[in-house]
Unconditional design. Structure first.
Length: 307
């Protein structure tokens, strides 16, 4: 008798611990609130926009009109399945997209470092220093880094397309972080933002401002606040990146969105908008810091093209 009673108590305890899914909470009800994460907003938009979800809801309405309890239960179950599948698929695709962006940032940094090394070796060779073998090796490594970056850009684009296939709109319409212009202090040609960025326009542009998600091409010169230069691409091709999606340092993502096509200006960045606590190493100088940790910097930027 005691064993039977113990078994019954255990069964009741397990039933009380069992959790049923609250299907009303699987899809967020309001994507406009600031409390929702980007992933949750995407889930909500996908549920509203994808035709397969509408079909499931229409089937349930049809079952209600027939007043068939069995058909209604089946239709309701299909809606619940659709909610689970929509949420799961969006979260999976968004995670793939986030991972692809992180990989791309690494590939961009690798290309920049390979380019710096190749430039140093090229200059040394012109001075009669170094060997042709060193030049050829650096050239191969640089080209491989360029190819890896192009492949990584393709991976990001494909991951983005996979999300847009379900949400039915451009990803930037949901994820783009809008700059709070109301919190900016404008003084003539200078803009001070709430993040600590300072932008000084030096030459007006005649084109449009880029939007988050668009590709831009820029010439730049990076300097410390004392005027000493630490990098520049003005003797090379313009640097191309997608603005507003974390393919560049935060200060560029914010600052370039303030500029018009053809505009020139200076971005003055606190460390958190530049290279932060990690700084950036100079591969051409025995791993010494090109920009030390916690160092403010400024960039002279020419926004030459918007794609």
């Amino acid at each position: 008798m005691h064993k039977i009673l113990a078994s019954l108590l255990l069964l009741l305890a397990l039933q009380s611990l069992a959790q049923r899914v609250d299907y009303d909470k699987i899809i967020p009800t309001d994507a406009s609130t600031d409390t929702l994460s980007t992933a949750e907003k995407l889930v909500q938009v996908a549920w509203k926009n994808h035709p397969s979800n509408e079909i499931a809801l229409l089937e349930m309405e049809a079952a209600k009109s027939k007043k068939d309890p069995i058909a209604l239960r089946i239709a309701d179950a299909r809606v619940r399945v659709q909610k689970l599948q929509t949420r799961g698929e969006i979260l999976r695709r968004y995670q793939n997209y986030v991972a692809a962006i992180e990989i791309l940032k690494y590939k961009i940094r690798s290309q920049e470092e390979a380019h710096l090394v190749h430039l140093v070796i090229t200059k040394n060779l012109k001075k009669g220093e170094g060997t042709l073998e060193d030049y050829n090796k650096s050239f191969i490594i640089y080209n491989e880094a360029v190819g890896a970056k192009i492949q990584s850009e393709t991976d990001v684009a494909q991951a983005k397309n996979a999300i847009e296939e379900l949400i039915g709109v451009n990803l930037e319409e949901v994820t783009a972080k809008k700059i709070q212009f109301a919190k900016m202090d404008k003084k003539g040609d200078t803009i001070l933002t709430s993040t600590g960025l300072k932008y000084i326009m030096t030459s007006k542009g005649s084109g449009d401002k880029p939007k988050a998600g668009q590709k831009v091409e820029v010439y730049y010169t990076g300097k410390f606040l004392n005027g000493r230069e630490f990098e520049s691409n003005r003797k090379d091709e313009p640097f191309k990146f997608t603005v507003g999606v974390q393919q560049a340092i935060p200060g560029w993502d914010e600052g370039v969105l303030l500029m018009k096509e053809g505009e020139k200006g200076i971005l003055i960045l606190p460390p958190k908008l530049a290279y932060g606590k990690s700084g950036i190493k100079d591969p051409s100088n025995d791993g010494q810091y090109m920009v030390p940790p916690e160092t403010p910097v400024m960039y002279e930027i020419d926004l030459v093209d918007i794609k």
